[in-house]
Write a protein that binds this ligand. Sequence first.
Ligand SMILES: [Zn+2]
Length: 330
Amino acid sequence: MPEINVLSYQYVEETDCVTATKYDSTACHTRQATIFGCHIWRFVSRLSCGQRCFEVLLLSMFYAEKHTFGPVTGLEVGIAPFGSPIKSVYLYHLGTLLIDTGPHHLRRKVTDMVAPLPVTSILLTHHHEDHSGNAARLSKELQAPVSLHPYGAAKLADGFRILPYQHILFGRSQPLAAQHYPEIIETDRFKLTPLHTPGHSKDHTVFHLEEQGWLFSGDLYVGEKIQFFRVDEKIEQQIDSLKKISTLDFKELFCAHRPSIKDGPAHLRRKLDYLESFHQQVHELHRQGLEEKEIVRRLRIKSDLPVRLFTMGNASFANMVHSSLNTKDR
Ligand SMILES: [Zn+2]
């Protein structure tokens, strides 16, 4: 089991979590929970029986299902402690390409599902551990190179640290020597254009197949009226990325956390409208003299305390407000 640095709190600082939570009335609790959680994780991960129990517990909760969308195969994997999976992840296979590789915890399931498929190249939409978790393993087993954005390639080259909740849900991605995308990715059947769409992460990239009218959108969509941001998400960049994609010609959206979605542009348009409206609301309240924490209270629809505590402040509604205030009014 990978060991997390007891000073994971420093990792949080690297990703601006401290500045992101300063305005939050529960910031102090969040910081304490982060440090406490890291200590607990380090203790459990050092016990061989703790390690074994954790693995057995995870094995009993694995979920995997194959979906067919015409020539595209969707491999859905996740952890399902209560019957239905928590935030399942989709890997997509088309021709000889595999897009994303799922979390490392599900490496055996993923390997079994991918094994019968012809794969000569692996593409990653971004470096996050639920997408890159099995890239190193699959690349080695299938003798298939992995490509992603240069920022993500640098992150994977050294391996990157994750928080305890990410260890629990996904596991840590193994280091990997990946290459950068070419301008156009061509196979004998498909032609994909990688388009950089930062905001969710610095390296986030979508793949457009103009001829088929498909967009493999990674985490660009996920949902329309989202209520949480990671600390390192940038709302202004997400808005710009959604605007960029709205000019493309496509019909079907292959989201990494939802199956194939018909009428993809309309879904992305609604998400763009929502984020722009949210951004404007935050700035309007700020112009009226409201402090950041007051804006959070005013706009929050329901409590996000369980999510904040579980993720140790890495995901919260307040992060959305903070990201808006850190960018100019539009
Ligand atoms: Zn992501």
